[in-house]
Design a protein around this ligand. Structure first.
Ligand SMILES: Cc1cc2nc3c(=O)[nH]c(=O)nc-3n(C[C@H](O)[C@H](O)[C@H](O)COP(=O)(O)OP(=O)(O)OC[C@H]3O[C@@H](n4cnc5c(N)ncnc54)[C@H](O)[C@@H]3O)c2cc1C
Length: 337
């Protein structure tokens, strides 16, 4: 690749959107393809009625890197993010303990997906477009969706789907990317959203739970600008999720709601709303050490939170690295960076 006059990005999660914005800032026209109805991927807010949404994927984010800090500052100034000062504790069999770490936690407002929406401003994002194949003709890329429609050509293509799906798309084009991708494993997580009529009489807003199928519980409306009434999000441990991955959502919901009442040690209530969601690829078990996979010779990159560092910040930095790597590497030979 000697010039980059167009780029395609597969996936509109934080990594894909950060990558697309970085390319756009460098003057490259970008098209983003997203299989879901909206942007955000695992940084997700689920609507439970016409006005209210509950975070059922990522719960908050922390900031270490200066480039991410600058973006978070922008989000806060634009009203797309704010600090969450909820009281977070550790819970084990009814015993509450204070958290040792005191990280500053941020959330999207009015839901986690707001930061993805903010990142997508000005981008050409085609939603409900699941890419099933990528093709290279005359040194340029085309993508094919599930209906067989073709898009392109693109000088550069960036794939940000979970590692297994990324492998299926890029494996036939880059052996070194295929080798790296085949080493990454993701752990699953069940999420349950629970809306209650009565406020719980507990002295915390969220808890890391121990010795339980639950790993995390959080009162959604303890976060800024939520209009969700009395909603809680429950997340399971990696071990429990693996064992119960293929159970029905109804069975999982019953078990986890019972466990929730045991955990908070409160009189049970009939939920006003309850729903379970299976995150099959929730978190990378061991992310690759490099920030992105890059094959500059053919203008192909892959990135996501499974590269360089987990979590939202890791996804953002991975997307930046893919964009910068492709821009730097124009005309250079293939390398993983
Ligand atoms: C339950 C849970 C809790 C979490 N809690 C936290 C937390 O508290 N703090 C934190 O920082 N992080 C948390 N995370 C992790 C965080 O959500 C991720 O690190 C981050 O959102 C990953 O972004 P990404 O862009 O790499 O991937 P994704 O968000 O997975 O984005 C990939 C996108 O690609 C799309 N896609 C996939 N295949 C195709 C295809 N073939 N064609 C088109 N589009 C496709 C997907 O629909 C998706 O939108 C949590 C995750 C989960 C699941």
């Amino acid at each position: 690749m000697h010039r980059m006059e167009s780029a395609g990005v597969i996936g509109a999660g934080i990594a894909g959107l950060a990558c697309a914005q970085a390319l756009r800032s460098a003057g490259v026209p970008v098209s983003v393809f997203e299989k879901s109805r909206g942007v955000g991927g695992r940084c997700a807010t689920r609507r439970i009625n016409s006005t209210a949404g509950v975070d059922h994927g990522a719960q908050y984010f922390t900031v270490r890197d200066a480039r991410f800090a600058a973006k978070v500052e922008e989000w806060c100034a634009a009203g797309a993010a704010a600090c969450w000062s909820g009281r977070i504790v550790c819970l084990a069999r009814g015993v509450t303990a204070e958290l040792l770490e005191q990280n500053i936690r941020f959330v999207g407002v009015p839901g986690m997906s707001a930061i993805a929406k903010s990142l997508s401003i000005g981008l050409d994002v085609r939603t409900e477009c699941a890419v099933q194949a990528i093709r290279r003709n005359d040194d340029r890329w085309h993508v094919e969706d599930a209906e067989g429609a073709m898009y392109g050509p693109f000088d550069a293509l960036i794939v940000t789907a979970p590692p297994l799906q990324t492998l299926a798309l890029v494996g036939g084009h880059s052996t070194m990317m295929a080798l790296a991708l085949s080493r990454v494993r993701m752990s699953p997580c069940w999420a349950v959203i629970l809306q209650l009529k009565e406020m719980l009489q507990v002295a915390f807003d969220a808890a890391f739970v121990h010795e339980s199928p639950l790993a995390w519980i959080a009162r959604n409306d303890s976060k800024p600008q939520r209009q969700t009434g009395n909603c809680w999000t429950l997340h399971t441990t990696e071990d429990w999720s693996l064992v119960h991955l293929d159970q029905s959502a109804d069975d999982v919901t019953r078990t986890l709601v019972d466990e929730f009442w045991r955990t908070v040690a409160q009189p049970t209530q009939l939920p006003e709303f309850v729903a379970a969601h299976r995150w099959r690829y929730a978190r990378p078990i061991e992310p690759l050490p490099q920030r992105c996979l890059l094959d500059s010779a053919i203008g192909l990159a892959a990135c996501g939170d499974w590269c360089g560092g987990p979590r939202i910040e890791g996804a953002f930095l991975s997307g930046l690295a893919a964009a910068n790597g492709l821009l730097d590497g124009i005309g250079e030979r293939a390398t993983i960076s």
